[in-house]
Design a protein around this ligand. Structure first.
Ligand code: C5P
Length: 222
């Protein structure tokens, strides 16, 4: 049995991270949430009041920044320059700004370099928007995960409730559609299904069912 790479991409709030985390746990693999990395640098950019459109300044800032993903009992900790920002990066202001930050090619290049280093050792489940198309292009298993916008907004609402973030389904729906549009229409590695990815609609699946399906696909490829 060999260790494989699993790439999971798809639009916002499709259940990627929850399902990827479960699958990684079951397989004993490392889980890497690349969205958290883009969120972390966005948090720092906002705190420093740097113009979100200033590609050069943002890319320079990333070079001076360390972002660590640490597994913990309740998911994953995101450490930005030694500060735990796991909750802060889920705030509304970060969520509504992250797609602008993530649109810059220079910044993405450095993120991808870091992601490749993180994926080097052993089995890995990585989720994001460009993993199958630009990061783990040779991944043994690529999944493009989606769900209806209604379902995704409902899930995000539940998620937010658990995190103590105030939100309304209609507002979330708008926000999700807007973010998908930006991620899909940007020039630098836009959100698109890789040719060799398996499409998975999770609208009518439980988290456990979706994870089980991915684990089965993974085992067939080991
Ligand atoms: O996955 P999550 O919703 O946390 O990602 C936040 C944002 O980060 C996305 O909307 C997208 O703009 C950006 N992102 C990206 N490429 C990735 C992961 C996330 O551009 N691989």
């Amino acid at each position: 049995k060999k260790n494989i790479q699993i790439a999971i991409d798809g639009p916002a709030a499709a259940g990627k991270s929850t399902i990827a985390k479960l699958a990684a746990e079951d397989l004993g693999y490392t889980y890497i949430d690349t969205g958290a990395m883009y969120r972390a640098i966005t948090y720092k950019v906002l705190k420093r009041h740097i113009d979100l459109e200033n590609e050069e300044a943002l890319t320079q800032l990333l070079f001076e920044t360390t972002i660590e993903l640490k597994p913990s009992s309740d998911g994953q900790l995101v450490i930005l320059d030694d500060e735990d920002v796991s909750d802060e990066i889920r705030s509304n202001i970060v969520t509504s700004s992250v797609s602008i930050v993530a649109s810059h090619a220079g910044l993405r290049e450095e993120m991808v370099n870091r992601q490749l280093i993180m994926a080097k050792s052993g089995g890995v489940v990585m989720d994001g928007r460009d993993i199958g198309t630009h990061v783990l292009v040779d991944a043994e298993l690529k999944v493009f995960m989606s769900a209806s916008v209604d379902e995704r907004a409902k899930r995000r609402q539940l998620d937010n409730e658990r995190r103590g973030i105030d939100s309304h389904v209609d507002q979330l729906k708008k926000e999700i559609v807007e973010r998908d549009k930006m991620d899909t229409e940007r020039h630098a590695s836009p959100l698109v299904q890789a040719k060799d990815a398996i499409y998975l609609d999770t609208t009518n699946l439980t988290i456990q069912e979706a994870a089980k399906y991915i684990i089965q696909l993974a085992k067939e490829r080991m």
